[in-house]
Structure formats: C-alpha cells, structure tokens
Design a protein around this ligand. Structure first.
Ligand SMILES: Nc1nc2c(ncn2[C@@H]2O[C@H](COP(=O)(O)OP(=O)(O)OP(=O)(O)O)[C@@H](O)[C@H]2O)c(=O)[nH]1
Ligand SMILES: [Mg+2]
Length: 127
C-alpha cells in the first residue's frame, strides 16, 4: 500500500516565510535568538537576567510568544525594552508566518531580537 506523505506541502508556506524572515533580519543586520523550552522552565527569567546586561551595549527587543496572556510581555516591558506580544491562541509554538507579521516592525530600528517562544520552534533555531 502506498502511503501519501504531505509534510512537504504542509510546511512549505512556513518555510517560505522563514526564509523571508531570515533575509529581512540579515538585511537589517539583526541577530535573532530563539529562546525555547518547556512551560515554566525559566525562559522569561533568563531574559530578565540577560537583557539588563545586554541592553547596556546593544539594542534589544523581544517578540514574546504566549498562548493567551500578555503577562510575560509585561515582565519584559518592565525592563524598558521594546516587546511585541504574539498570541498563539492555543498553539504551542510560534510559526514563521506569525513572526513575519511583526518581523518588519521588529527589524526596522536595527535592534537585536530575542524571541521567547513556547516549547516548539517557530522556525529553525539558527535563525
Ligand atoms: N529554582 C529555579 N527557579 C527558576 C529558575 N528560573 C526560573 N525559575 C522559576 O521558575 C518559574 C517559571 O519561570 P519563567 O521564567 O516564568 O518560565 P517560562 O519558561 O518563561 O514559563 P512560560 O512562559 O510559562 O513557559 C518562576 O517561578 C521562576 O522564578 C532557576 O534557574 N532556578
Ligand atoms: Mg515565559
């Protein structure tokens, strides 16, 4: 029996968006760091520790992924760095297309971007 594999077509749009995001960030000389890990493992705490140190030297902004709330974004905003909240509305990870919706805005001021995602990848971690 032949089994049809749909993976390629299912992810094609996301991979295209990921490539466009990479190109956009590169063209603005922005380094994006994907912070991902299980729920409650300390992603936001890590950012709260490193952002005050980093932001003395470089521009820092955060795209904050969350299922439904803006609580983590408020924690980052308290550090006085730009933060954009991406609500996944139940999804466990940020997709490249979701990030693309705000990537233009995030890249514009020539800042380095930290991405605090949920426990999945939004697009490949090397981005
Ligand atoms: N003992 C210990 N607790 C930690 C550490 N890092 C974070 N915590 C605690 O773990 C809890 C969750 O930390 P967060 O930084 O909110 O974790 P998160 O990964 O951002 O959580 P979600 O965004 O909900 O997935 C908080 O009560 C933190 O104080 C650590 O290194 N050691
Ligand atoms: Mg968090």
């Amino acid at each position: 029996m032949k089994i049809e594999v749909l993976k390629k077509s299912l992810f094609a749009n996301n991979e295209k968006a990921a490539e466009e995001n990479r190109r956009l960030l590169r063209s603005h000389d922005v380094l994006a760091v994907n912070v991902m890990g299980g729920a409650g493992c300390g992603k936001t705490t890590l950012l709260e520790c490193v952002i005050p140190l980093l932001s003395r030297e470089i521009g820092v902004a955060v795209l904050e992924g969350d299922l439904a709330t803006t609580r983590d974004a408020a924690r980052i905003a308290a550090l006085r760095v730009p933060v954009i909240q991406l609500l996944t509305e139940g999804g466990c990870h940020l997709t490249a297309t979701l990030v693309q919706a705000v990537a233009q805005e995030a890249a514009a001021p020539k800042i380095e971007v930290k991405i605090d995602g949920e426990d999945g990848a939004w697009f490949p971690p090397e981005v």
